[in-house]
Design a protein around this ligand. Structure first.
Ligand SMILES: N[C@@H](CCC(=O)N[C@@H](CS)C(=O)NCC(=O)O)C(=O)O
Length: 210
């Protein structure tokens, strides 16, 4: 029986933390949450106690530390095979891994210009310089829904790590937007935004900023 502790940052700000948190909540994987407030005098010391990389998220499983959002998601997929956190079909799984890795390693312009502020809807901001990032993300969402989405309302049908990886972008596209999206991509964004676990994260984000 796993004894999992997930260290995360502020729910309003920590886009990387949202991913494994959402995955675990949605999949019904039990864990204890430890939230570290970022950008405070005590932050560095708290991170040093929590994570070898001095960054969140970090998952502790009975003394074993796993840091980095994608590595945590992979660890959870291995630890809880019955949760089927990756698509079962080999080709779909390869594409899901590709888009998850692309999300993990790309879109620096979008991250910089539109940092996540989960609780603040109605932020107006220029898209100048990030049109390419937005277009590529819209293309990924649309194509995944079109080619692999038949079995459910998520990118690969049933909820997978790929959905969790793009969850912070859903937040950005709502709060800085609305960003115009093709039909399938827009429906997926709406399904993600309405997800009970996403709503619960939003409650936490709003509580931090009240
Ligand atoms: N590539 C890492 C990035 C993690 C990251 O940059 N986390 C930020 C918070 S969102 C952090 O811990 N920053 C440390 C700080 O603010 O001092 C991942 O995927 O988990």
């Amino acid at each position: 029986m796993a004894d999992l502790v997930l260290f995360i940052g502020d729910k309003n700000l920590s886009s990387w933390s949202l991913r494994p948190w959402l995955l675990m909540k949605h999949a019904g994987i039990e864990f204890r949450e430890r939230l570290i407030r970022l950008d405070r005098p005590e932050t560095k010391a708290a991170l040093a106690d929590a994570s070898p990389s001095l960054r969140v998220p970090c998952l502790l499983d009975d003394g074993l530390a796993i840091w980095d959002s994608l590595a945590i998601c992979e660890y959870l997929a291995e630890t809880f095979p019955d949760a089927k956190l990756w698509p079962e079909d080999r080709a779909a799984r390869a594409v899901a891994r590709s888009v998850s890795a692309e999300m993990h390693s790309s879109f620096a312009g979008l991250r910089t210009l539109w940092p996540m502020h989960f609780s603040r809807e109605g932020m107006r901001h220029t898209t100048h310089g990030i049109e390419g990032d937005i277009a590529r993300i819209a293309e990924i969402w649309e194509n995944c829904r079109r080619d692999y989405g038949n079995g459910g309302e998520f990118l690969f049908g049933r909820f997978s790590i790929a959905d969790a990886m793009f969850a912070p972008v859903v937040s950005r596209f709502v709060t800085y937007g609305p960003v115009a999206l093709p039909e399938r991509a827009a429906r997926w964004r709406d399904a993600m935004w309405a997800l009970p676990a996403m709503q619960e994260w939003g409650e936490g984000a709003r509580a931090e900023t009240r």
